[in-house]
Design a protein around this ligand. Structure first.
Ligand code: PLP
Length: 355
């Protein structure tokens, strides 16, 4: 693929690692590529980071035709930059595209776009402990007409943002509110697609939880409001007795790459792991009788996020005395040491930029 490069006239100063936060600072360039039904994907380019002009009738503004991905580039101790399972993000992007009738991108083209863009911006990968370069590929429908139909025009963009350590003040277990009113997704809907619309629909419950002092919402299934699904932007796992339980991928849950990686590690190390239905009643009972040992969320941003408190119908349950559990810590250490290249990559998950 021919990627046209237009260098930014002035390069920005790299920020101090302590001030990064999440997704507020962007690098000098962005990748863009257009799609039309006649030409397919064309005009791949890396251009200065700037606002994107958009037609007021563009599909994305009216009908929410947008999907995205989230992954990170990590700087290792030897100064080299690497990515964690980027091909999985590309495959998931295409599964999301299929669900929303957006054009898929051939895997080799998407991979080249991603790796060439990261090579271009790799100097922005911070090196302080726990920091990384967050990559946000996104794809949206861009027909300049209000008719409702499968789009004929689309745009694929990748932007990058240096992000701070999620746990700058140490790993603090989070308080989660189990939502029994709003639902995030239903089977047959878009729950398994990483699309902006899912987030738009979940904001209200998130706001309500925040007002009560909870950092995220744990969703129940959209039909019976009985089975555990996932947390906000993370999948969820529970250690009940000696069994690690995570909701099975039923179609309404986002198939997280961190989730998949945790399951591979746990199975490889001989833990008893079940992907199955987990009802709120079973979870409540496990919390009452003390068999719930640990609970954690997993997703690219935080990697592993221990859950210290769960609230359901105004009843509060403390998990593991509000502290991070042994297995939770083990998963965090295992994944992060592979991501930052501190241990051997025995699962073959790492893509090194220059090899
Ligand atoms: C992205 C996302 C996740 C986590 O997926 P990872 O690939 O592990 O980052 C979980 N749930 C939702 C709703 C998401 O959007």
């Amino acid at each position: 693929m021919d990627i046209k490069f237009t260098k930014a006239a002035t390069l920005k100063e790299k920020p101090d690692s302590a001030t990064l936060g999440f997704g507020k600072i962007f690098t000098d360039h962005m990748f863009m590529m257009d799609y039309s039904a006649d030409k397919g994907w064309y005009n791949a380019r890396i251009v200065p980071f700037a606002p994107i002009p958009i037609h007021p009738a563009s599909t994305v503004l009216h009908y929410g035709a947008e999907i995205f991905e989230g992954l990170k580039a990590y700087r290792c101790a030897d100064g080299k930059v690497q990515m964690f399972r980027p091909m999985e993000n590309i495959r998931r992007l295409n599964r999301s595209a299929e669900r929303l009738c957006l054009p898929e991108i051939p895997e080799d083209i998407a991979f080249e776009a991603l790796t060439e863009f990261v090579k271009c911006e790799q100097d922005w990968t911070p090196s302080a402990e726990g920091t990384s370069l967050y990559l946000r590929p996104f794809l949206f429908g861009n027909d300049e007409s209000l008719g409702v139909h499968t789009v004929h025009n689309a745009v694929f963009v990748i932007i990058a943002s240096p992000v701070g350590s999620y746990y700058a003040e140490g790993i603090n277990p989070v308080k989660i509110m189990i939502e029994d009113e709003d639902v995030r997704a239903v089977r047959g809907g878009t729950g398994y697609a990483k699309c902006g619309g899912n987030y738009a629909a979940s904001t209200r419950a998130g706001e309500r939880a925040a007002q009560k002092g909870y950092s995220q919402v744990l969703w129940l299934d959209g039909v019976e409001r009985k089975y555990i699904e996932e947390v906000g932007a993370m999948n969820v796992m529970f250690l009940i007795g000696d069994e690690v339980v995570t909701p099975m991928l039923s179609g309404s849950i986002l198939p997280g790459i961190t989730r998949m990686s945790c399951l591979e590690v746990l199975r490889n190390e001989g833990y008893k792991v079940s992907e199955r239905l987990l009802s709120i009643d079973e979870l409540a009972e496990a919390m009452e009788n003390g068999t719930l040992k640990e609970a954690w969320g997993c997703g690219t941003a935080a990697v592993i996020s221990p859950i210290g408190e769960l609230c359901y119908k105004d009843k509060k349950y403390t998990v593991n005395n509000g502290e991070i559990g042994t297995l939770t810590q083990h998963l965090y250490d295992t994944l992060t040491s592979i991501q930052w290249g501190k241990t051997e990559d025995k699962y073959n998950w790492i893509y090194k930029l220059d090899k």
